[in-house]
Ligand binder design. Structure first.
Ligand code: CA
Ligand code: CA
Length: 445
């Protein structure tokens, strides 16, 4: 906090400010020094009150964002009350940085063509963010805004060169009508709620929360990493597929992947869980509803669809399940495969699946509750009959497979079938056959 910063400050609490819009022409001439700005993009607006400040940047194309169309109001005690985008300019490439004790709302009242915003970053708790259009994300890892420097790896994924779309502290309601192409990172109290609700046209980056998250609703395919370090109330994906990872530390509520039917063509878009998708809940998963199919790839564990939680509620798949693992009670660790140490280590515990409903076939897939292993390398179901394949008490309460339960796998190291220590009532293909664990020698065609 230098002398210049102090000199800039004015007592402006509680009223609307439209000031200090910097002339782009002057910035480009290189003759103007903007105090305290180390972020390598053109600052086009600066508002402040007490210790609260808002900085606006133009990160793309010609520096042409007119800060007069950005309305900023401050509250008391270093709070930023609201930021509203107004006017007819597209604001393509706009980045907003907010420092304060709290931020009330960011509202988008732009009219006409809406350009993609670059990022929104706040060092404080936020109440709501509403953007009409896209947020393209921008690399703000380690960026310095005035007296504040962001962490070098904001989403803690090991990369210091990825794009962040939204960075705030708890507990915002976020609604973006368009695509969010960078990461959404909500920091905050690990024991509490980090994110009240998040709705986006699509999320092509990741979502990371330090604490729990409420309702997450996405349109289009989600292929990124969702890491909720608490519980997640619900996740809904509509009109797209799930091909990414949904990792919930505690309790995951209902997850739903639903296709969307085009009224004119009759074609359905999305609704599948596809190759490489991972679903993890550390405590329990209330339910999973997939309107289409769960279809992994063949030939490599990384290509499978995998799902893992000690307790699973109702799992309902409208199509078929192919090349997938659904394991209740079996935690294969970060490598999602048998064996490994440290974070890759496997944990075998009791598991429950309340209800499994698959309309089509289950092919080359392994669905088990409390499934364990004898030698850490394969789920060797050859020793099923001496009753060591499952941890006692593990149950699939009821199951129904509309099609058939089959496999083309002939290697005993690639077991397939549906099983638990205790199987409730079940049906396969309407023939009344009980659900059984099946290896090639146990259920030959
Ligand atoms: Ca990163
Ligand atoms: Ca492992």
């Amino acid at each position: 906090m230098g002398r210049d910063d102090a000199a800039e400050r004015q007592p402006v609490s509680g009223r609307s400010l439209r000031l200090e819009s910097l002339e782009p022409r002057l910035l480009l001439s290189g003759g103007v020094e903007v105090t305290g700005v180390d972020f390598p993009a053109m600052q086009v607006g600066y508002w402040h009150s007490g210790n609260a400040e808002v900085r606006a940047y133009d990160t793309s194309g010609p520096v042409d964002i007119d800060a007069n169309a950005i309305q900023v109001t401050f509250g008391t005690n270093d709070a930023v009350s609201s930021i509203t985008l107004t006017g007819t300019q597209t604001m393509e490439g706009l980045g907003l940085f907010v420092k304060g004790s709290s931020l009330g709302s960011i509202k988008d009242s732009r009219t006409g063509t809406k350009g993609d915003l670059a990022f929104i970053a706040a060092n404080c708790s936020v109440k709501s963010i509403q953007i009409n259009g896209n947020i393209s994300g921008y690399d703000i890892n380690g960026a310095t805004f005035g007296a504040l420097t962001l962490p070098p790896d904001i989403d803690r994924d090991g990369s210091e060169a990825d794009s962040t779309a939204i960075l705030t502290r708890a507990v915002p309601t976020i609604k973006v009508t368009g695509a969010v192409t960078g990461d959404v990172v909500i920091l905050g109290d690990v024991s509490g709620m980090s994110l009240k609700s998040f709705t986006a046209g699509s999320l092509q980056g990741g979502l990371l929360t330090d604490g729990s998250a409420g309702k997450v609703s996405l349109s289009g395919t989600f292929g990124g990493l969702m890491r909720i370090d608490g519980s997640l109330s619900s996740l809904q994906i509509r009109g797209g597929n799930l091909s990414g990872s949904v990792l919930v530390q505690d309790v995951a509520g209902k997850l739903s992947v639903a296709g969307m039917k085009d009224k004119q063509t009759g074609l359905t878009t999305g609704g599948d869980v596809t190759s490489g998708a991972r679903i993890y809940a550390g405590v329990s998963l209330s339910g999973l509803s997939v309107s289409g199919s769960m279809i992994g790839g063949w030939g490599d564990e990384d290509l499978l669809v995998q799902m893992c939680a000690p307790t699973m509620g109702s799992i309902s798949v409208g199509g078929e399940i192919v090349n997938s693992r659904i394991l209740a009670g079996t935690d294969l660790g970060a490598d999602w495969d048998l064996g490994g140490s440290g974070e890759d280590a496997d944990v075998f515990g009791m598991g429950t699946i309340s209800k499994l409903t698959v309309k089509g076939d289950v092919h080359d897939s392994l669905i088990g509750a409390g499934l364990t292993t004898e030698d850490d390398t394969v789920f060797d179901l050859q020793w099923l009959h001496d009753n060591k394949a499952f941890i006692a008490g593990s149950t699939i309460k009821s199951g129904s497979i509309g099609g058939s339960l089959t496999s083309a796998w002939t290697d005993p190291g690639e077991p397939w079938g549906v099983g638990a220590a205790t199987l409730g009532k079940g049906k396969i293909g309407g023939t009344g056959m009980n659900l059984v664990f099946a290896n090639e020698d146990l259920l030959a065609p």
